[in-house]
Design a protein around this ligand. Structure first.
Ligand code: PLP
Length: 455
């Protein structure tokens, strides 16, 4: 048995406590007809849901996927009995207050005592709001992000009608700041997007250098920390990575996804602005929403209208249980993930069968099997990926620029500009202990995939 079930038992007591708050109401008949059919349909749902990779299991070490913390699941479920809508206070007084508190705790993690911010459906919408604000303040100017930034920035810029410029990366997947300096000198850049934790390789754009350039050329700085934001609480970053994290608070806006490393169910992103005055840009007159109080409604500072109050409740509960502080239990989990990645990269680098282009900055490891040419490397990666899955180990694949592998590039007459590599996101703290089981399976997968010499 792998799925956590104990928190189901705590739900009825919490539900009764919630119910007591409405004890003054005249009783209503709350029988739901067709209970047996509900049971039957739910059984079908359970069977259908088996068609998934086991994201909850440590042998799932592929993409950025894992279930939420049990407290988040329970709090989310509890909130759905009310189903609050955080668009306006009328739709969810308690959950709106909880959203403001939880978001303020995230802002405080970056050293912000004041801010404007809210939750969103995810990192895409959160980034869209940040770039929308950037476009409002610097109209007509370009948004610049690196080639390894999330593809959403290019697409969002097009949705917003903002010109977009892509910056090259160095051989560790980080923004090339020389290229940035040249682009800034040419003018027309309104906003630079720095990614702290690229989705592909967990690389950290060099924020200290970007800050030096901002002192010379003024531009808006947006930090996309959708994946990596929480790692500011980790205690085992390299000095260079730590230096970048220490500058996040200088940004004009920050995006963090609680549904990535914040232990939340999907549907929870967060955007933060350093200057609360950007709230004025959101001004609108709604004929539909009944504002029964003069307090700030979250719908007045958000592009999305209806939003799940349950997301805020889940996040608030999780942060109550696991406060966002360095040295705490939550931070310890991040340390474990990072240690797992560092250890995996070390083992692979010490093994002549693999090439590791660079050691991980967060908890994402990329590597490739050693083969003669880029094309052969790509084919072997694909076979190992498939063989590992057959042995129960779920990895991911990523196409990386061949420039990350200089010796392979030099030896490849096939002139491929990219190479298919293996990738593992070790975002469950259990991965640290499970490395001893992951490595032997990777061995088996490698042996299965090696080109057998022809008889
Ligand atoms: C995941 C991610 C996004 C997109 O966020 P969603 O929550 O998937 O919409 C944007 N930027 C980065 C760096 C990410 O890792």
């Amino acid at each position: 048995m792998s799925l956590e079930k104990e928190t189901l038992a705590v739900l009825p007591a919490a539900l009764r406590a919630l119910d007591e708050g409405f004890a003054d109401l005249p009783a209503v008949d709350v029988q739901v007809p067709g209970q047996e059919r509900i049971v039957g349909v739910l059984q079908q749902v359970a069977v259908r849901l088996r068609d998934n990779y086991p994201y909850f299991h440590p042998l799932y070490a592929g993409q950025m996927l894992k279930p939420p913390h049990p407290i988040a699941r329970a709090a989310y479920a509890l909130a759905t009995w009310i189903n609050p809508n955080n668009h306006a206070l009328d739709g969810g007084r308690a959950s709106s207050a909880m959203e403001k508190e939880a978001v303020a705790e995230i802002a405080a993690m970056f050293g912000w005592q004041t801010h404007l911010g809210h939750l969103s459906s995810g990192g895409t919408m959160a980034n869209l709001e940040a770039l929308w604000v950037a476009g409002q303040l610097n109209s007509g100017k370009k948004i610049a992000a690196s080639a390894q930034a999330h593809y959403t920035h290019h697409r969002i810029s097009s949705v917003l009608g903002l010109p977009f410029a892509e910056l090259p990366c160095d051989d560790r997947g980080r923004m090339d700041t020389k290229a940035l300096a040249e682009m800034l000198a040419a003018g027309e850049i309104g906003c630079v997007v720095a990614t702290l934790g690229t989705t592909g390789t967990g690389s950290i754009d060099p924020l200290p250098e970007i800050m030096r350039l901002r002192a010379q050329y003024s531009f808006r700085l947006h930090v996309d920390a959708a994946y990596g934001g929480y790692f500011t609480l980790a205690s085992n970053l390299t000095e260079e990575t730590r230096a970048a994290y220490n500058q996040i608070g200088q940004a004009d806006s920050i995006v963090v996804d609680p549904h990535k490393h914040g232990l939340q169910p999907y549907g929870c992103g967060c955007v933060l602005f350093r200057d609360p005055n950007v709230g004025a840009l959101y001004k609108h007159e709604s004929p539909y929403t009944y504002f029964t109080s003069s307090e700030l409604h979250l719908g007045e500072i958000s592009l999305e209208c209806s939003r799940p109050g349950a997301s805020a409740v889940a996040l608030w509960a999780t942060q109550k249980l696991l406060p966002l502080v360095s040295g705490g239990e939550f931070a310890g989990g991040l340390d474990a993930c990072r240690e797992a990645a560092v250890n995996l990269a070390k083992c692979l680098a010490a093994d002549s069968r693999w090439r590791v282009p660079f050691s991980p900055e967060l908890d994402i490891v990329v590597w490739a099997p050693r083969a003669e040419t880029a094309r052969m490397t790509s084919e072997l990666s694909q076979r190992i990926f498939t063989a590992a899955a057959k042995h129960g180990l779920h990895l991911a694949l990523i196409r990386l620029p061949i420039a990350y592998f200089p010796s392979l590039a030099a030896a490849s007459p096939d002139r491929q500009d990219s190479v298919l590599c293996l990738r593992s996101v070790l975002m469950k703290p259990e991965h640290r202990e499970w490395l001893s089981q992951i490595l032997p399976i990777l061995d088996e997968a490698y042996c299965d995939s090696e080109e057998k010499p022809a008889e």
